[in-house]
Ligand binder design. Structure first.
Ligand SMILES: NC(=O)c1ccc[n+]([C@@H]2O[C@H](COP(=O)([O-])OP(=O)(O)OC[C@H]3O[C@@H](n4cnc5c(N)ncnc54)[C@H](O)[C@@H]3O)[C@@H](O)[C@H]2O)c1
Length: 392
C-alpha cells in the first residue's frame, strides 16, 4: 500500500465567496464536487476564503464547506491577492458593491441572480466586467440541466423548424400565506428573472412586453403591518420575440400547490419541446414524421451521449437540481482557466442585464397599461485584459 497521496498538480483556481446560506451551500458543493467529476480537467477549485455577516455562522460554514479562511469583512476577500474568482452568493441587495469591487481588483466574478435590483446597476456591472476584461457569470443555473441544453441544441440545429410560439411559467406557492413574510424580493426578482432567462436562452431576445402585475397577498400582509418589501405576487406577460413569434411568460409566488414549477413548451413548424423542473430529467419532444406516431415522446436526458450528462452516471441514473449549479460552475471555471467564452451556454452579466431590462419593461407596461419596447442592449465596451496573472 502507498502511504502518500500523489499531488494534484492541476492549476488551482482560488475561490472567495460571499454568503454561506442556501446558495453558498450549493456553490460550495459544486466546487468540492468538480475536481473529481470533471476529471482530469484543466484546473481544480480551491476554497480559499468565505465571508458572511455573523462571525459564528461564517466560521461554522468555513469548517463545514472546507474554506481555508473566513472573515465578516467582504472587502478583505475581494482585495485578497490570492483570490482568482469572487463568487457572490449573498442576498440580492449585496450583489452590486462587492462584485464591482472584485472586478476592480481584477477578479473573475460569478454572481447569483438577480444580477442587480435595477437594469442600470446590471449595466454598471456588465460594463465594468467587460472593461476590466474579467470573465463574468450570472447564475442562471437552469441553463445547465441536460434536458434544457438538449432543447437548446435541437432548436439551434433547426430540428423544430421555425419557432412559432412559446409559453414559459415559474410557479411557486411560498409567498401565498398572508400571515407570514417569507420573502420580500418581489416575484420578478425572485423567480421571474429565471423564467425570462429561459425564454431568451431557448427562443431569443424579447422585443416587446405587455404585462399585468398583481399583489393580493402582499397587500393583505401590508394591511396587517407585516413587512412586504416589493409588492408583486404574480406577473403575467404577453411578449413578442425579436423573431416575431409570440410568447407567454408568467411568474407567481402564490400559486397554491406549486412547489417549484419552472416549465415551458416551445412549438415549431416541425416539432415541439416541453419541460418541467419538477421532472427535470425528462424532455418531452415531438418531431413531425410518421403521422401514425404523432405526439410527444418522453426522453430521459441522462445518457452518456446527452449534453452535460456524460461526466455523470451511466444508463439514466438520474440527476438533481444541484447538478445545474455544478455543471454551471465547472463551465465557468473552465472558461477562466482556458480563456474559452462563457457565452452562449453560460449566462454572462449581459444576460443578467437583459433579464432586468425585460423585467423593467413588464413593470412599466403594468403601470401604464401599454405595450412596452424592451430597452436596447448595452454596447459592448472595449475590454482591458486583466493584468493580475492567475496563480500558476
Ligand atoms: N439560482 C438559484 O437557484 C437561487 C435560488 C435561491 C436564491 N438565489 C439567490 O441567491 C442569493 C443568495 O440567496 P440565499 O437564499 O442563499 O441567501 P440570503 O439571501 O439569505 O443571503 C444570506 C447570506 O449573505 C450573507 N450576507 C448578508 N449581508 C451581508 C453583508 N453585509 N456582508 C457579508 N455577508 C452578508 C449572510 O451572512 C448569508 O450568508 C440571492 O441573491 C438569491 O436571490 C438563487
Amino acid at each position: 500500500m502507498y502511504e502518500t497521496t500523489p499531488p494534484d498538480d492541476r492549476r488551482p483556481l482560488r475561490i472567495g465567496m460571499l454568503g454561506y446560506a442556501g446558495m453558498g451551500k450549493a456553490h460550495s458543493n459544486a466546487y468540492r464536487t468538480i475536481p473529481y467529476i470533471f476529471w482530469p480537467g484543466a484546473f481544480r477549485p480551491e476554497l480559499t476564503a468565505i465571508t458572511g455577516r455573523t462571525e459564528a455562522k461564517v466560521r461554522e460554514a468555513a469548517i463545514r464547506y472546507g474554506f481555508q479562511r473566513y472573515t465578516t469583512d467582504w472587502r478583505t476577500v475581494v482585495e485578497d491577492d490570492e483570490i482568482d474568482v469572487f463568487d457572490n452568493a449573498g442576498p440580492d441587495a449585496m450583489h452590486v458593491e462587492p462584485t464591482l469591487a472584485a472586478i476592480d481588483a481584477g477578479k473573475h466574478v460569478a454572481c447569483e441572480k438577480p444580477l442587480a435590483l435595477s437594469a442600470a446597476d446590471c449595466e454598471r456591472l456588465y460594463v465594468a466586467a467587460e472593461r476590466r476584461g474579467v470573465k463574468h457569470l450570472a447564475c442562471f443555473n437552469y441553463r445547465f440541466l441536460p434536458a434544457v441544453r438538449l432543447a437548446r441544441e435541437l432548436i439551434d440545429a433547426g430540428d423544430l423548424g421555425e419557432i412559432r410560439e412559446a409559453r414559459f411559467r415559474y410557479s411557486q406557492e411560498r409567498g401565498g400565506d398572508p400571515e407570514v413574510s417569507p420573502w420580500t424580493a418581489g416575484t420578478l426578482n425572485a423567480i421571474g428573472c429565471h423564467v425570462i432567462d429561459q425564454a431568451r436562452f431557448l427562443v431569443g431576445e424579447i422585443a416587446r412586453v405587455s404585462a399585468v402585475i398583481t399583489s393580493p397577498v402582499s397587500d393583505r400582509r401590508a394591511e396587517r403591518g407585516i413587512e412586504t418589501g416589493v409588492r408583486m405576487d404574480t406577473v403575467a406577460m404577453a411578449v413578442e420575440f425579436d423573431s416575431g413569434a409570440p410568447g407567454l411568460i408568467d411568474a407567481s409566488s402564490i400559486a397554491t400547490g406549486r412547489k417549484n414549477q419552472l416549465a415551458w413548451e416551445i412549438n415549431g413548424s416541425r416539432g415541439s419541446v416541453a419541460w418541467d423542473l419538477e421532472d427535470l430529467n425528462v424532455l418531452r419532444v415531438m418531431r413531425r414524421g410518421d403521422r401514425r406516431l404523432d405526439g410527444f415522446a418522453e426522453v430521459i436526458v441522462c445518457e452518456p451521449w446527452h449534453p452535460l450528462a456524460g461526466v455523470w452516471w451511466d444508463t439514466a441514473h438520474l440527476l438533481g437540481w444541484e447538478h445545474g449549479h455544478i455543471n454551471m460552475l465547472a463551465h465557468f471555471l473552465d472558461a477562466v482557466a482556458t480563456g474559452s467564452p462563457v457565452a452562449p451556454y453560460g449566462a454572462t452579466f449581459h444576460d443578467g442585464l437583459r433579464a432586468a431590462q425585460v423585467s423593467e419593461a413588464a413593470v412599466e407596461s403594468a403601470r401604464t397599461g401599454r405595450r412596452i419596447e424592451v430597452a436596447a442592449p448595452a454596447a459592448v465596451p472595449a475590454a482591458v485584459p486583466v493584468t493580475q496573472a492567475l496563480s500558476a
